[in-house]
Design a protein around this ligand. Structure first.
Ligand SMILES: [Zn+2]
Length: 333
């Protein structure tokens, strides 16, 4: 099947007994990891809460993603002040999702918010977005009451843009739809690092096909691989940092199989329940060993991160089957 139409909004239907990622900022801490001089990943100490980044040049600093509330946005700005003397001039949103953009309004007028045009175009309905992301707050929904405005990007780009921070150029790329319509990659060429938002996580983590389906996602990954062959490390929006090529290979294999299996199920007229049971669940038995190693770096009680992430991946996988089934016109439940 070959579908080019990207739905206007992400799918809101969920599989039975679905439990999505916990995005509540309660207890959130962001631990800096310096990847090159002036290039810092800000890693949430509890996965899969949102990671961020700080990239500093001689003249200016840039932040990757804004946090889910004004309070998180201020936490990020405190980190920036500790890590660099360069003034914070840019904030890049990797996606329009509230956990990456609700904090935008808490950055000052001297900070220019930049993202893809498709991301900005998706930032129109704050109430709807708060409802959708509120489903991932696990009892802390009221924290989102602090989000009263949704600052949209001041500057947008289509395929590629460059920001000169002084002695360091940062590239922004939009390769096409993946997790959402506007996924934006922040590439620091001199460091071999890219922030990949929700588009690309550590190999072995389940991704979310919320808007677009497997085939556009595969084309997007292919474009990223061709354009950025020298990226070594990715800092995803959620979960541990990883190796770029390994992550693209793993997600490509997953999407190809998902596409084949769901398309085949729809052709056979299987119900959604049957399709979910028939499609291969890569997380049914265990986690990828490389991912287990990466998760062991979190300072959490032994096995906690592993068990939590594996359960989450199984949920996200069922959602991906559902989303693809609906996209391909599978029979109503
Ligand atoms: Zn996200």
């Amino acid at each position: 099947m070959n579908l080019h139409h990207i739905p206007d909004r992400e799918i809101t239907e969920r599989p039975d007994a679905y439990a999505g990622p916990n995005l509540s900022p309660r207890g959130l801490r962001l631990r800096p990891r310096e990847l090159a001089g002036g290039v810092f990943a800000l890693m949430a100490t509890t996965p899969p809460k949102d990671n961020n980044g700080v990239i500093a040049g001689r003249d200016a600093a840039l932040v990757v993603d804004a946090g889910i509330t004004p309070e998180v946005a201020r936490l990020i700005q405190d980190r920036v002040a500790e890590l660099t003397d360069s003034p914070l001039r840019y904030l890049v949103n990797t996606t329009y999702h509230g956990d990456h953009t609700f904090g935008n309004a808490a950055f000052g007028p001297g900070t220019v918010v930049v993202s893809s045009r498709a991301n900005r175009d998706a930032m129109t309905d704050l109430d709807f977005e708060k409802d959708v992301r509120g489903a991932n707050m696990y009892g802390d929904e009221a924290i989102l009451d602090a989000v009263t405005s949704w600052r949209r990007p001041d500057v947008v780009f289509d395929g590629r843009a460059e920001i000169d921070l002084g002695g360091r150029v940062v590239e922004l790329w939009h390769f096409g739809p993946g997790n959402g319509p506007g996924d934006t990659v922040v590439h620091v060429p001199d460091a071999g690092v890219a922030w990949t938002g929700n588009l690309l996580c550590h190999a072995g983590i389940a991704h979310m096909l919320l808007q677009g389906g497997p085939q556009p996602y595969l084309r997007t990954l292919q474009a990223m691989r061709q354009a950025l062959p020298d990226v070594r490390t990715i800092v995803p929006g959620h979960g541990p940092m990883g190796d770029a090529a390994t992550a693209i290979d793993a997600l490509t294999a997953y999407l190809e199989r998902l596409d084949d299996e769901v398309a085949s199920a729809v052709r056979q007229g299987l119900t959604l329940d049957r399709t979910i049971r028939t499609c291969t669940d890569p997380w049914a038995q265990s986690l990828d060993p490389g991912l287990v190693t990466a998760l062991s770096a979190y300072r959490l009680p032994p096995g906690t991160a592993e068990a939590g992430i594996r359960a989450l991946c199984q949920n996200l996988h069922r959602l991906n089957v559902l989303a693809t089934y609906r996209l391909y016109g599978g029979a109503p439940a």
